[in-house]
Design a protein around this ligand. Structure first.
Ligand code: GLA
Length: 731
């Protein structure tokens, strides 16, 4: 097999990607599965000594009196609960008698080309010549619980994916109370932990901290991946920079409760674990049933953060995102949310569309407020019938009129929700997630539908698809505007209530899969109160996700920098909105807002009939700019050049085409400074032997000069100003 080998004499598995190696060893008569190595690629496989089985505490067959000590320091590939490994474990059960311990030992393995899909879950995909898979079958003999550790490597990317399958071979049911997806034990090298932290309107800001003794984690118990924490962590050497340092990224393809934790133990080993959060998780496995834990994507780079970033981008663009828009330019849309909020009707929307179409905008998106009696966020979620008092003439009329202007039409839904003041709730109060005899907490005046139930999913899907079939609708914004609380289902018995969080997420996935299967030409954009569900799970269904409700050009620098650490620019929903900005009140130039939105999907979110003429007149140029650069931005390699969150004055990033013949540098001066020269910027990712012409000045520079000696950005007068520098290789 290409990148995965088993060395039988040494009992060692070696997984190679172009620049990384991962090694697993089987030790002792008891067949413990140990982690040997993950790091820079090496050809030598005689590395079993790293597991320290020749030193005290010896493996149990040599010295069973110290079994717990052995388990507590052995580098475990997938640690289980309760037998002596007191570090964080990945697997815990509850037997019918109430016991919680388990232990796993190797039984057999299989190596094959390609990669199997994960039933009901989003996951990376690849053809047989693109990836290969190792399945390590382990058992807890006393519980008769089979646990298969699944590893896939991508031949051209430094990626190793992991997931876990648990099968109950016992006659009696067993309850799984924790099934994490991955564990990584690495020898500490003063590592730091990098995570993405946030809040509504402040999503995914980069955070670094020293990994200290004990445990440090990010997690979500909000029923979604959340604004606050993000299902990603990296372990990095303290010298980590864009182009230097060692980094391990772990990204979780899941959109619900998660845990991402590092722990520095007494022997200076860092244990990183990632998976579905175990709080409020209890999954009953009947005889022969299988539970699949979602996939973790591990990326290793010894060449700095940038290589990790670009590896995730390539993986997501080629092996996670699906559908016809994956590699296609998206229509430039104008969304009416910040333009009108709930106060719109057919006439208003057509006014916007008429003006927008003249300027080159290609799609009108009708946001929240078109259905039921919805005129504020207090009611009607669940009543997905067009409000013909607002949408006079009906939806088809509106869409046809928009189409006649040469524009496409898109629509907003929040399918997972139910307002207490809705016909749906009055008919089915038991469809909301809630605990009997307890008044559930409202959030944005709404409840969450119990999507664990197929009949509820069917109902929602039916409503949505009727609307979508009623007119020529080519885009859906799928929103999710509250976090889940009061976890309870009227339909689950007491043994199964602990399955609700995960069943909810599976329900969302099922609905989105149906939608993209039945409407393959639809452009789907996920959203959650801004960017609370910007995660790889959702990217499997939609090629783009709304990044944040904060559209201020300066705030977006931080949000988009953090998001782009893992996610390709092609996936980041970004719009030019009106000023003073609705979230922070800041006034930035229309031009700068355009440059910042260009680093994402690009669109507008303003009342184009009411902005100043000067701004409106800039739109055709911005439209042209988008069409000129989007192929490069969407498909190219992304490099961070300067970070405003670090230097507090300016920001710069660069996109380079895969063939290195074209590059675009975006430079944003956030705050002007007095009395300084031009600013020296060092470009990245160019070909040192190529000469590049700067389109704007026609000056020619060598790639090596641009990268190693730098380029001078002329002093700019004023705050919040930006500029683009377009480089084209000379023939
Ligand atoms: C969320 C979204 C916004 C908008 C509103 C509508 O906040 O992020 O873009 O769609 O909901 O209620």
């Amino acid at each position: 097999m290409m990148g995965i080998k088993y060395y039988e004499d040494e009992r060692i598995f070696k997984l190679d990607t172009p620049k990384s190696t991962y090694m697993i060893g089987i030790v002792d008569d008891e067949q413990f599965v140990g982690h040997i190595y993950y790091g820079k690629r090496i050809e030598d496989y005689h590395l079993g000594y790293l597991m320290r089985t020749e030193e005290a505490p010896y493996v149990p067959s040599k010295n069973n009196r110290d079994r717990t000590s052995f388990l507590d320091c052995f580098p475990m590939e997938y640690p289980a609960h309760g037998l002596g490994d007191y570090r964080e474990d990945c697997l815990m059960v509850k037997t019918p008698e109430g016991y919680t311990a388990c232990g796993l030992n190797y039984v057999s393995h299989q190596i094959f080309e390609g990669k199997k899909p994960l039933e009901g879950l989003p996951a990376t995909y690849g053809k047989e010549d693109e990836c290969s898979t190792l399945e390590l079958v382990c058992m807890d003999q006393s519980l008769k619980l089979e646990v298969t550790l699944v590893y896939s490597i991508f031949e051209k990317l430094d990626v190793i994916t992991r997931s876990v399958r648990v099968r109950n071979l016992n006659d009696a049911p067993i309850t799984l109370t924790k099934v994490y997806s991955a564990c990584l034990d690495v020898e500490n090298k003063d590592y730091e932990m990098i995570t993405l932290h946030g809040s509504w309107a402040r999503e995914r800001h980069i955070q670094k901290r020293v990994i200290g003794h004990g445990k440090q984690s990010v997690s979500s118990l909000r029923g979604e991946s959340s604004h606050q924490d993000h299902p990603f962590m990296a372990i990095a050497s303290p010298d980590i920079k864009e182009n230097q340092g060692e980094i391990y990224g772990l990204s979780f393809i899941y959109s619900g409760n998660f845990m991402a934790q590092t722990e520095l133990d007494q022997f200076n080993t860092v244990r990183a674990v990632m998976g579905i959060h175990s709080t409020d998780f209890a999954w009953v496995l009947e005889k022969e049933e299988v539970f699949t834990a979602p996939e973790v994507i591990m990326v290793y780079s010894s060449e700095g953060m940038g290589h990790m970033t670009r590896t995730y981008h390539d993986l997501f663009r080629n092996h996670l995102i699906r559908g016809k828009y994956t590699h296609k330019k998206r229509p430039i849309l104008i969304n009416n949310w910040e333009a009108t909020y709930f106060d719109f009707n057919t006439d208003k929307l057509l006014d916007i569309a008429r003006e927008a179409s003249k300027l080159g905008i290609e799609m009108l998106v009708m946001d929240d407020g078109w259905f039921g009696s919805r005129s504020s966020d207090n009611c009607a979620l669940g009543d997905w019938q067009v409000n013909e008092e607002k949408i006079k003439g009906g939806l088809k009329y509106l869409v046809d009129e928009v189409n006649k202007l040469g524009m496409q039409f898109g629509i907003w839904f929040e399918p997972e929700m139910i307002s207490p003041d809705s016909d749906l709730y009055r008919a089915h109060p038991d469809w909301a997630i809630q605990i009997p005899n307890r008044t559930p907490s409202l959030c944005r005046n709404q409840y969450v539908l119990d999507l664990s139930r197929k009949e509820i999913r069917d109902y929602v899907y039916d409503m949505m698809s009727k609307v979508l079939r009623s007119a020529n609708i080519t885009y859906v914004k799928w929103d999710m505007n509250r976090q889940i609380s009061d976890m309870g289902s009227f339909y689950l018995d007491k043994e199964h209530q602990g399955e609700l969080y995960h069943r909810y997420v599976l329900g969302v996935y099922d609905l989105q899969e149906r939608l993209i299967r039945d409407f393959p030409d639809l452009l789907l954009e996920n959203c959650s109160g801004g960017g609370a569900r910007f995660d790889p799970g959702m990217l499997y269904y939609s090629p783009q996700i709304w990044c944040s409700d904060d559209t201020d050009a300066v705030e977006r620098l931080k949000i988009q920098e953090g998001t782009a650490m893992i996610y390709p620019l092609s996936s980041m929903g970004a719009h030019v909105s009106d000023c003073p900005n609705h979230t922070v009140g800041r006034v930035t130039s229309f031009e700068t807002r355009g440059y910042v939105a260009l680093a994402g999907t690009f669109g507008y979110e303003l009342d184009v009939t009411r902005i100043s003429e000067e701004d409106r007149n800039m739109i055709p140029d911005q439209v042209e700019m988008y069409h000129k650069y989007n192929d490069l931005v969407r498909e190219g390699d992304y490099y961070r050049i300067a970070s405003y969150s670090e230097n507090h004055t300016h920001d710069a990033w660069q996109v380079v085409s895969k063939d290195k013949k074209e590059a675009l540098l975006t430079y944003i001066q956030v705050l002007a400074e007095p009395n300084y020269h031009s600013r020296r910027i060092y470009l990245k990712g160019l070909d040192i032997h190529t000469f590049y012409e700067v389109e704007e000045t026609k000056k020619v520079y060598s790639g090596e000069a641009l990268m190693y000696a730098g380029i001078n950005i002329e002093r700019i007068f004023g705050d919040f100003k930006g500029k683009l520098i377009h480089l084209i290789a000379k023939a």
